[in-house]
Design a protein around this ligand. Structure first.
Ligand code: HEM
Length: 115
């Protein structure tokens, strides 16, 4: 069976999260422009943000941003130091562990907060 190597998975996730963050920014600017149309429009958008689907999206966004930022720093480190290139495998796993741990803590706080 085809096995995705750790670095390959990080490469795919980096692309997906990078594009997802840009997509979020476009959506965010669009929804801000809707909100600025008056108090009713503002409240309507806020109500939509409180729905489980949007709250789950925000939690997913946290995961994407965390992974992209940490993996991006790993990539930059690899560009500048021979050490990081040599420790590639360890750093990929550290990225997964750190991003995963921060995601779990952040997701817990976000989910239990008042919607
Ligand atoms: C701490 C913050 C960030 C770091 C350290 C970072 C780092 C990087 C690095 C090193 C790359 C190049 C990857 C490669 O050579 O394959 C990259 C690609 C990219 N980043 Fe970021 N980034 C950060 C934040 C962001 C944000 C906020 C956005 C969106 C607004 C973003 C969107 C993208 C996109 C679209 C790509 C291209 C994806 C691809 O085709 O490889 N990044 N990032």
């Amino acid at each position: 069976m085809y096995k995705i190597k750790e670095g390959m998975l990080a490469w795919i996730l980096h692309k997906i999260t990078g594009i997802a963050i840009v997509a979020f920014l476009i959506f965010h600017i669009w929804s801000m422009s809707k909100m600025s149309k008056g108090p009713e429009a503002f409240n309507a958008v806020i109500e939509t943000y409180k729905t489980p689907l949007f709250r789950a999206g925000e939690v997913l966004l946290l995961g994407g941003v965390l992974f992209h930022a940490l993996n991006g720093m790993r990539l930059i480190l690899g560009e500048f130091t021979a050490w990081a290139m040599k420790q590639h495998k360890l750093l990929v796993y550290l990225t997964y562990i750190l991003a995963g741990a921060l995601f779990l803590v952040g997701a817990w706080f976000m989910w239990r907060a008042e919607g």
